[in-house]
Unconditional design. Structure first.
Length: 404
């Protein structure tokens, strides 16, 4: 009975109820869209970093990540690589030579990280071969080929077909150098990466810098990215003498950004809902003041204060549920559409590239987030109903009946 009365009371003033429902829906729509955009942005940055440079895990000799010393190779690296490939859950893996050096042209020079790779294996780990904007990706059998980033090509003032000199320390402490012909120029979402990273074939760089068949780094991908935390101790136990780093260890700023984004999104949504509290409270308070005489009559007839308070709460919950349902529908629909079309931020492409993000953002919001949103909506309704409910309960029946 109380539910039916509360539902009818909601529609006593249809215009006022409709306004507050639309306000709740619009505020929730804006909050959900902001959440979807931020999560899509962070997801793109993480996926781009994993696909371009991090992979899911990397194995190194202790101290290599900090110092990049050419002599800190993985003992028995190729055997370790085969062991890694046999670990359950590992999709693919590759071995790399990683050298800190200098890339020079006739115009200028720049510090770079030289990656010696096996192209056929690298294609299963990274998406670099899909990022080529000029030339190709080690398409011939020629030696001393190099693929460089677009930003580095601009800095060195070279094009496809030109030669650059790669210089670095060799394993015996001397300075080694080799002339490499640019066969491809790539462009990723990170301009800093493009400016500081070059790729050559592992055999070529090993001969020049005296590495023979040794490797500095093993990069691997899992079948399921959600198993990263679960497999970290497993892989570390397999290779206790090596440094096992997940993408979260290699890019802690990204992992921290994800955690901070999750927290900030809910804070932002709570702020929106708190702002709506005042509007809902005002609407309910106006409804209470309009029905002072009515409340006085029912209280005089014996209706207890708790039932009157419950009725106010139910009315508020009905408003919140209607506005929340409409807001969630609009938010989910908008996010679904934009997750396919994307949001074009080409105007800010240069700035986004500094953060390692592309100019097209694809918002998304996992279904697991919606129950929390519903709980926040109900909490908002309860908070909004408190003051109007208390105001109604504290009415003096005799004075209320005399009110017109």
């Amino acid at each position: 009975m109380l539910w039916m009365i509360a539902w009818r009371n909601v529609w006593r003033n249809k215009k006022r109820s409709a306004i507050i429902i639309v306000a709740i829906a619009f505020g929730l729509w804006a909050g959900l869209l902001s959440m979807g955009f931020s999560l899509g942005w962070m997801d793109q940055m993480v996926n781009s970093a994993i696909a371009t440079r991090l992979s899911h895990f990397q194995l190194h000799r202790e101290g290599f990540l900090e110092h990049k010393e050419i002599g800190l190779t993985i003992p028995g690296g190729n055997k370790v690589l085969e062991q890694v490939r046999r670990i359950p859950g590992v999709k693919t893996a590759t071995g790399r030579v990683v050298i800190a050096g200098m890339a020079s042209s006739a115009a200028t020079g720049s510090g770079v990280i030289i990656y010696g790779i096996t192209p056929s294996e690298e294609e299963t780990i990274t998406d670099l071969h899909t990022q080529i904007t000029e030339g190709g990706y080690f398409e011939s059998n020629r030696t001393n080929q190099v693929v460089i980033g677009e930003k580095l090509a601009e800095r060195l003032e070279v094009q496809v077909g030109k030669k650059i000199i790669l210089t670095a320390q060799t394993t015996d402490g001397k300075i080694g150098a080799g002339a490499f012909r640019v066969v491809g120029i790539y462009k990723t979402v990170s301009s800093l990466y493009d400016q500081s990273t070059v790729f050559v074939q592992r055999n070529d760089v090993s001969q020049i810098f005296g590495l023979d068949d040794q490797i500095h780094e093993i990069a691997l991908l899992l079948n399921d990215v959600t198993k990263v935390d679960e497999l970290t101790p497993v892989i570390q136990s397999e290779f206790p003498d090596l440094k096992v780093s997940s993408w979260k260890d290699l890019a802690p700023e990204l992992a921290m950004s994800i955690e901070m984004t999750d927290q900030m999104l809910y804070i932002f949504l709570i702020i929106i809902l708190l702002a709506l509290v005042f509007g809902i409270t005002n609407t309910m308070l106006m409804g209470v003041l309009e029905r002072v005489r009515e409340f006085g009559v029912v209280m005089a007839l014996g209706m207890k204060g708790i039932r009157i308070f419950s009725m106010i709460v139910l009315e508020t919950i009905f408003l919140a549920i209607l506005g929340g349902a409409l807001g969630i529908f609009l938010g989910a629909s908008t996010i679904e559409i934009l997750s396919r079309t994307g949001i074009d931020l080409s105007l800010f492409e240069a700035g986004l590239a500094q953060f390692g993000s592309g100019s097209i953002i694809y918002p998304f919001l996992p279904l697991s987030e919606y129950p929390t949103v519903v709980a926040l909506i109900l909490a908002t309704a309860l908070v909004s109903a408190t003051y109007p409910g208390i105001k109604a309960v504290k009415l003096n029946p005799i004075e209320a009946i005399r009110t017109y």
